[in-house]
Design a protein around this ligand. Sequence first.
Ligand code: SF4
Length: 179
Amino acid sequence: MAKVKLATVWLEACAGCHMSFLDIDDKIVGLLDKVDILYSPVVDGKEIPKVDVGVISGGLGNEEELHLAKKMREQCDILVAWGDCAVFGGINTMRNFMTPEEALKVGYVDTPSTVNPEGVIPREDVPALLPKAIPVDYAVKVDVYVPGCPPDAETILWVFQELLEGRIPKVPSDMMRYD
Ligand code: SF4
């Protein structure tokens, strides 16, 4: 039986969701018997290829992330929103109480740990912020939601096992975890 082709991408997020995936430890060996990871932060791929399952961790806060979410949607049959940032917007939405310009000033100028006396805010080669930070399904259709911050490793494994059995998983509330 052909292996399931998988791509994962890490957008506006911390590393927690992908770290939680690695927490499945040695069970990853059994998973890799059935799954080929073709694109991921831990794989050196340049373009998102055609895959069976695409996974997005992180929300969407800038033009590049929006582009990657749309690209992932085009390239996959089943799209998984993985973690609270992808499902609900997560902590990224804290900046929605201000304008993008105000958020840039806070980030590049005002924070106590920043030394930027000239108040320079980089513009070139930096993707423009979207008006608001948003969850993935504000931009593209999502097929599977995996809430949690991060989702528990066992929950992530269960979701993959369900997908490998040909089912679209609905994560039960007792499998959701918030550390
Ligand atoms: S859901 Fe939590 S662990 Fe995952 S990327 Fe967002 S902040 Fe990090």
